[in-house]
Ligand binder design. Structure first.
Ligand code: UT7
Length: 334
């Protein structure tokens, strides 16, 4: 078995900054509520007509990751793309990366695991490299969510949280003696599928309902039972990080950087406290970008590398929880 290491990281977020104050002009909300309950101060939303889509943002992030890895696009053996906001219902965004970057006819796999998307995509890429199937795998996670949010008071429990952006990594076969990804854990619990969902566009809520009811906000906007999701998140994050530590014979003090999915700063702080981690052991950037769903860990990892919060040789734990429910963790030496 080979080891997969992260050889390059990159991210891209749209230029447009949307503040809590601005949101309070669209709906009955305020900076104090959003900051206190979520930690979010601003997020990036695409501007209509600025050319940003899940695929184009992902392509920009991918270019940065490939450059950082010091390889040429044609050396990529496979593309794994995580998103729940693809440009097309089908095909998936992976093929758009292949086309834009001219990656010969490399295979492209799309992953649709919402907030756990990057963890699942990374685990798929890891398996490809571990088995020796490919030497370099490009893993991209990107979300374009702002156009699909209910920006009225009715949707405020969801729409103030989410943002747009993309992150990417190149996974490469480690040389002898080099370290990399040590473990991947993934879980799901489908009984909670409707606790965080967008029902529209699925075949269970499709043409018939559209014809009968027109555009029904209930099924065409993301819906979340926020409190229930929060309570499950804090439990599952703890379990799946614990699983990673146990498999690798580590204790929390050995983690140099924990990067949790940026769902809510209160969730991250809750996990930090329970694990007894110092502030410098946890990386958060939800304050600036909001919750970018599948892209959040990829963006945070790339930013942590850029800022020196994650350095070569560091023990890094990535963990996610979200719709499905699905959750997972990846433990690695960067
Ligand atoms: O990324 C995928 C996974 N997602 C998560 O992990 C998110 C988990 N959930 C959460 O982060 C939190 O549940 C939220 C941030 C979504 C909501 O925070 P909360 O503390 O659970 O608030 P709540 O839903 O219990 O609502 C409390 C009150 C309600 O008013 P009443 O009924 O007490 O009068 C809401 O109507 O806050 C009201 N409210 C708002 N007020 C101002 C809800 N959204 C807003 C808002 N601005 N944006």
């Amino acid at each position: 078995m080979h080891t997969a290491k992260i050889s390059g990281t990159g991210h891209y977020v749209p230029d447009r900054i949307v503040t809590n104050e601005y949101l309070s002009t669209l709906m009955d909300t305020n900076d104090e509520w959003i900051t206190e309950r979520t930690g979010i101060r601003e997020r990036r939303w695409v501007e209509e007509g600025d050319g940003n889509t899940a695929a184009t943002m992902g392509i920009k992030a991918a270019r940065n990751a490939i450059k950082a890895a010091g390889i040429e696009p044609e050396e990529i053996g496979h593309i794994v793309f995580a998103t729940i906001s693809p440009d097309y219902y089908f095909p998936g965004c992976g093929v758009q990366v292949q086309e834009a970057l001219g990656i010969h006819t490399a295979g492209a796999t799309d992953v649709r695991n919402a907030c756990s998307g990057f963890i699942y995509a990374l685990s798929v890429g890891n398996a490809f490299v571990q088995t020796g199937m490919y030497e370099h795998v490009l893993v991209v996670a990107s979300e374009l969510q702002s156009p699909f949010l209910d920006k009225t008071t009715r949707g405020r429990g969801v729409s103030v949280i989410f943002g747009d952006g993309a992150g990417a990594v190149v996974l490469s076969r480690a040389k002898d003696g080099e370290s990399g990804i040590k473990s991947c854990h993934m879980h799901s619990e489908g009984k909670n599928k409707e606790e965080l969902t967008m029902k529209g566009f699925g075949t269970q809520h499709w043409i018939g309902e559209l014809l009968d009811n027109g555009v029904d906000p209930e099924i065409h906007y993301p819906q979340m039972n926020g409190n229930f999701v929060f309570k499950n998140a804090v439990v599952r994050f703890g379990e799946v990080i614990g699983e990673a530590l146990k498999q690798n014979g580590l204790t929390p003090d050995k983690i140099d950087c924990l990067i949790p999915h940026q769902a809510n700063l209160r969730i991250a702080q809750f996990i930090q406290k329970r694990m007894g981690l110092r502030d410098d052991q946890v990386f958060n950037n939800i304050q600036k970008y909001g919750n970018t769903t599948g892209a959040s860990i990829a963006i945070a990892l790339s930013e942590a590398v850029d800022e020196g919060a994650v350095k070569r040789g560091d023990t890094v734990c990535l963990a996610a929880f979200g719709a499905g429910f699905t959750w997972g963790s990846v433990l690695l030496t960067y």
